[in-house]
Design a protein around this ligand. Structure first.
Ligand code: NAP
Length: 288
């Protein structure tokens, strides 16, 4: 086996688990299944063992800085670095209409802010020619946003991480003091925290790509489709294994030139900046 290393966050179930399974079948290297809950992670490893597959395991709660730090130190000591990172871990609340501020904030913490911690603590370990994939959503396409000021700001080619953070803060502050205009988002702001977090993930992806391009590292984001997992309460058009195909293509097979893109579940590269497009998430699809 080569000394290459692939990591999938939040991979004890759902799409992340299917990606780990796919990597184990094809990747010549060590594949890390990680989970925030160690016992759930170990159960997932046992399930793969039954199929004759042997993932490595490490605890990783992406929203817990100490946990990310421990994993980074472990990776450095054990492998010196890594080659593939799939940022898959996330939560959703179905409809967010009943959520209080703390619950809305937790969605943003896990789905977006965690990527900043990962960027700070794990990116220094990514080796040249590495591949990073941020699993976003159709909720992450810019067409979910209806606020002109922020559409313009996020569309700037010289956008900074500070500005993406300002965008997220604009949303959270408004939700906290009740001044956020829900009409600034599709579907009257429902699933708003998830939409904001995933749009921020995409905007961050393009910035990260610029920072890592000189070392031929690719950073892409994608929408995996509506997939039958716990997140959708079993609703969806695709199984996790089907949904894992495009992520696997992006980290294993895509040409080196595919960099800093927003990719649809069927592999199509979409224009993330097309805010008039019809790529935004419709809640009604959950009931189709
Ligand atoms: N399913 C869809 O239709 C769909 C559509 C668009 C985008 N996505 C995206 O696809 C990705 C996978 O979603 P899924 O459908 O497979 O969801 P899922 O079945 O609910 O799995 C989510 C995974 O993330 C983990 N996770 C949550 N918070 C975490 C944290 N703080 N640290 C580490 N792991 C954490 C969960 O762990 P626990 O078991 O401990 O909760 C679980 O392993 C997510 O990024 C999601 O936003 C899914």
């Amino acid at each position: 086996m080569s000394n290459k290393v692939a990591i999938v966050t939040g991979s004890n179930k759902g799409i992340g688990f299917a990606i780990v399974k796919g990597l184990l079948n094809r990747y010549d290297g060590t594949v890390y299944l990680t989970s925030r809950n160690e016992s759930n992670g170990k159960k997932a490893v046992a399930e793969l063992n039954k199929l004759g597959l042997k993932p490595a395991y490490h605890q990783l709660d992406v929203a817990d800085r100490e946990s990310v730090k421990r994993f980074a130190e472990y990776l450095k000591k054990t492998h010196g670095g890594f080659d593939i990172l799939i940022n898959n871990a996330a939560i959703a609340a179905g409809s967010e209409r009943q959520c209080n501020y703390e619950e809305l904030k937790e969605i943003v913490d896990i789905n977006y802010y965690s990527l900043l911690t990962i960027q700070e603590l794990l990116f220094p370990l990514v080796r040249d020619n590495g591949r990073i994939l941020n699993i976003a959503s159709d909720c992450g396409h810019l067409s979910n946003l209806l606020n002109k000021h922020w559409i313009e700001r996020l569309s700037k080619k010289d956008l900074t991480v500070e500005e993406v953070n300002e965008f997220v803060k604009w949303y959270l502050d408004g939700r906290k003091d009740g001044t956020f205009n829900l009409k600034d988002l599709r579907e009257d702001g429902d699933v708003g925290s998830y939409r904001i977090a995933k749009m921020a993930v995409c905007a961050l992806t393009f910035i990260q790509q610029k920072e890592l391009a000189a070392r031929n590292i690719s950073v892409n984001c994608m929408h995996p489709g509506l997939v039958r997992t716990d997140m959708t309460y079993g609703a969806g058009f695709y199984s996790p294994d089907e949904a894992a195909r495009t992520p696997l293509y992006l980290v294993l097979d895509a040409p080196d030139t595919l960099k800093g893109e927003y990719v649809w579940h069927d592999g199509q590269i979409l224009d993330w900046y097309d805010y008039n497009a019809d790529w935004w998430f419709k809640i009604s699809t959950l009931n189709d």
